[in-house]
Design a protein around this ligand. Structure first.
Ligand SMILES: NC(=O)C1=CN([C@@H]2O[C@H](COP(=O)(O)OP(=O)(O)OC[C@H]3O[C@@H](n4cnc5c(N)ncnc54)[C@H](O)[C@@H]3O)[C@@H](O)[C@H]2O)[C@@H](O)CC1
Ligand SMILES: Nc1ncnc2c1ncn2[C@@H]1O[C@H](COP(=O)(O)OP(=O)(O)O)[C@@H](O)[C@H]1O
Length: 395
């Protein structure tokens, strides 16, 4: 095997089209190319000479610290960038190795300790929970528990058009640790026929009985009834998770800040774009900036869904969920997630932890279901895998 990284770079900076041509030919012959063109300070994508050289690569690419051309601090890719088969990184994972679109440029990741600890910032910008962190956060019933003390989650979801969203949100809520699930809305018959353990109510949420958290929005529609339900729930003094149609009906940021209990927003990129008044593409290109902006604007914990799920809460490091998998991109899986997080909120987990733990279990449940080689899954399959996933995390 030969390696073309450093030598090629020297020829590149040497200038001249002849030298560049020779460098391209050398790179094209290499079985293994070590990419060390730019490091963590690189901004704005590869410059044209470097881009031409990278385009000539035919062999396996191993990036040093991070693939050249990606933004180390944000995960943005504002131009062309190296696509590595593997990246060997030093000291700490950089946000750009964890957050898409940059993450997909890194290939397999390996962190190597080279004694940089003393030089690393004490407070990271971004963090990712691991199995043991999640295990420590999972709620457990105590000897004195009863179904109410374990927490009750209220689910306001579904409509004549989308009764399935109610069923899926309840399926997640039933497996998130709460002692009971109250469903409020027009899809009670659908919910009860699938989950007879659910407590149902057909009046307004405020009259449904006590809950320790609310989930509002999946499949709710956008009519007056939906708006009233959202207002009702946001006027409560318990944590509220707003998803899907609830996000379209959301009041301005200032109004949410008046709530004393936590508010959690769980938009996908399209919903986040509408809330921020930007394009979906802009959100997907700059996920970290988008999730931070939403959290600041609304004074809420925000979980931005998609290829990299991010969780932002004001003044705290953004959490990156490490368990997601593309097979989760299936209709209704977000409804399962909102029910699951709402249930964790009802058990008393703080909003940021409930959102991070929910996303972690949700991704892991999907992985478990698609294992070992990957296969299509339905949203309901994710909810049924949650109990075994919980067990796996505690094992
Ligand atoms: N089983 C159910 O009842 C489900 C109900 N759901 C509910 O459905 C409602 C709408 O949710 P969405 O997240 O889809 O709404 P969005 O309004 O975010 O997404 C719809 C967008 O997708 C575009 N689109 C639709 N079909 C497309 C296609 N084939 N190719 C490309 N673009 C396409 C539309 O033009 C629109 O811009 C929500 O209330 C949601 O909760 C979903 O959660 C899915 C499952
Ligand atoms: N490419 C992807 N990789 C990993 N997870 C994804 C990807 N696309 C979507 N997801 C996940 O799938 C779920 C989809 O939720 P959502 O967009 O609300 O769909 P729905 O409204 O149909 O339930 C979210 O948890 C999201 O993070």
């Amino acid at each position: 095997m030969t390696s073309g990284g450093a030598g090629a770079d020297r020829e590149l900076t040497g200038g001249g089209s002849e030298a560049n041509g020779a460098a391209e030919a050398a790179v094209a012959r290499a079985d293994l190319v070590v990419d060390g063109i730019v490091g963590i300070g690189g901004k704005g994508g590869l410059r044209p000479d470097a881009e031409r050289l990278v385009r000539a690569v035919r062999g396996i690419v191993v990036a040093v610290d991070l693939p050249s051309g990606v933004d180390a601090d944000t995960g943005e890719v504002r131009g062309s960038a190296v696509r590595a088969d593997a990246t060997i990184t030093f000291g700490a994972y950089k946000p750009g190795l964890l957050i898409d679109p940059a993450r997909t440029h890194a290939g397999a990741l390996r962190l190597v300790d080279i004694g940089l600890d003393a030089h690393l910032p004490a407070d990271p910008d971004v963090e990712a929970l691991q199995h043991e962190d999640v295990a420590a956060l999972l709620p457990r019933p105590s000897a004195e528990s009863d179904k109410y003390r374990r927490g009750v989650v209220g689910v306001v979801a579904g409509s004549a058009r989308y009764p399935g969203a109610a069923v899926l949100a309840v399926s997640g809520a039933l497996r998130g640790g709460a002692g009971a699930v109250r469903y409020v809305g027009p899809a009670a018959d659908n919910v009860i026929s699938r989950f007879p353990e659910t407590l149902v109510h057909s009046g307004p949420p405020a009259k449904a009985g006590r809950v320790q958290s609310w989930v509002v929005g999946p499949g709710l529609g956008d009519g007056a009834a939906a708006r009233h339900s959202l207002e009702d729930v946001l006027a409560s003094d318990v944590p509220v998770l707003v998803d899907a149609d609830g996000l379209h009906l959301l009041p301005t940021g200032g109004d949410l800040r008046k709530r004393e209990a936590a508010t959690v927003l769980t938009p996908h990129a399209g919903e986040a774009a509408a809330l921020l008044g930007v394009s979906r593409e802009e959100v997907e290109a700059g996920r970290l900036a988008a999730v931070r902006a939403l959290s600041e604007r609304y004074g809420a914990t925000v979980l931005l869904k998609g290829s990299t799920t991010l969780i932002a809460a004001e003044q705290q490091p953004v959490r990156v969920n490490p368990t997601g998998v593309g097979w989760l991109a299936t209709a209704g899986s977000g409804d399962v997630l909102s029910g699951l997080i709402g249930s964790l909120l009802a058990t008393g987990l703080p909003a940021r932890d409930a959102a991070s733990v929910g996303a972690y279990l949700h991704g892991l449940a999907a992985r478990r279901t698609t294992a070992p080689h990957g296969a299509p899954i339905a949203a309901y399959d994710v909810s049924t895998a949650l109990t075994d996933t919980w067990r796996d995390v505690l094992a």
